[in-house]
Design a protein around this ligand. Structure first.
Ligand code: GLY
Length: 300
């Protein structure tokens, strides 16, 4: 048994010029989460803080700096799960929330598990979460990319969309001093997505899962494929059959590719405080630390 924390900053084809920002962004997020665990904080608090750090970092497709949809708006999805109680909270299609992971946490703590769009934002207002103008979530780099997409749309109707540019969905899994496991995932979804499109990230079992008796996982990548194999739950269940986190992650990604031709990545921490990850995209930004390690490892 030991504390552990692992984050991802998306799986895909991350361009060379973005590598350093992804490496440093995931390292910083892991550092913030790890400090909370070291001070005796909960896995839920560590996951929330690490994901907030990446939502606030425009390097990632979550929170500020997310991809824009076809209408030129940012629309955000997030989820969180508490492995102690199996309480879960998720939001989708929110357009006026700076940190959707905070809202997902509030939903987790409520009688609901999943709120969308206007109703989710009304719930946010009732829970003293400030609603912001959508323009504040849009960065000049994403507006420029959107203009290019408008000229040459990346999504082919009627055909399977195979992503070519990196997804920067973010996620975190943590195990705290008491052995509690938590996981969270947050995303702006796919580039130039159809308004209303929702991927795996807010879906409990697909984009996120946590169970103290096994471990937790957060997925990233092509949401339509990840959803169909319920990737995070699939990986966490593999821990129950004796797999290490690394083996469970590899088996899950192999299944994703074999069964639905999917692409993506996954991070896992098990209840013993071990971490693992796997991906079948060119890159996946990740950072991790477990008890006994001198420092955080951040890799792409
Ligand atoms: N994995 C993020 C998405 O497909 O929306």
């Amino acid at each position: 048994m030991g504390m552990a924390l692992i984050v991802h900053g998306g799986a895909g084809k991350i361009e060379e010029r973005h590598l350093e920002a992804h490496r440093e962004g995931t390292r910083r997020a892991a550092q913030i989460g790890w400090q909370i665990l070291q001070r005796g904080g909960s896995a839920l608090d560590a996951v929330e803080a690490a994901v907030i750090a990446m939502e606030d970092d425009p390097a990632f497709d979550a929170g500020i700096g997310s991809f824009l949809d076809r209408e030129g708006k940012v629309s955000l999805d997030a989820s969180m799960m508490d492995g102690r109680t199996l309480d879960a909270g998720a939001v989708a299609g929110v357009e006026h929330i700076k940190n959707p992971i905070v809202l997902a946490r509030r939903v987790l703590e409520s009688e609901h598990t999943f709120l969308i769009g206007r109703g989710a934002e009304e719930f946010a207002r009732e829970h003293n979460i400030t609603l912001i103008d959508n323009a504040l979530l849009r960065t000049p780099e994403q507006i420029e990319l959107w203009e290019k997409c408008r000229a040459q749309p990346p999504i082919r109707e009627g055909a399977r969309y195979v992503p070519v540019q990196g997804f920067g969905t973010v996620g975190c899994v943590a195990v705290d001093r008491d052995g509690n496991v938590a996981a969270g995932t947050s995303t702006g979804g796919t580039k130039f997505k159809r308004p209303g499109r929702v991927g795996d990230s807010p879906l409990i079992g697909a984009g996120v899962y946590a169970d103290n008796t096994r471990g937790g996982a957060s997925s990233t990548g092509w949401g339509e494929s990840i959803t169909r194999v319920v990737l995070a739950k699939h990986a966490v269940d593999a821990l129950a059959s004796g797999c290490t986190p690394r083996e469970a992650a590899c088996a899950a990604i192999e299944y994703l590719a074999r069964r639905v031709g999917g692409t993506g990545g996954i991070i896992i921490a098990d209840a013993r405080g071990r971490v693992g990850f796997a991906y079948n995209t060119p890159r996946m930004a990740r950072a991790y630390i477990i008890e006994g390690m001198a420092d955080i490892v951040a890799e792409i």
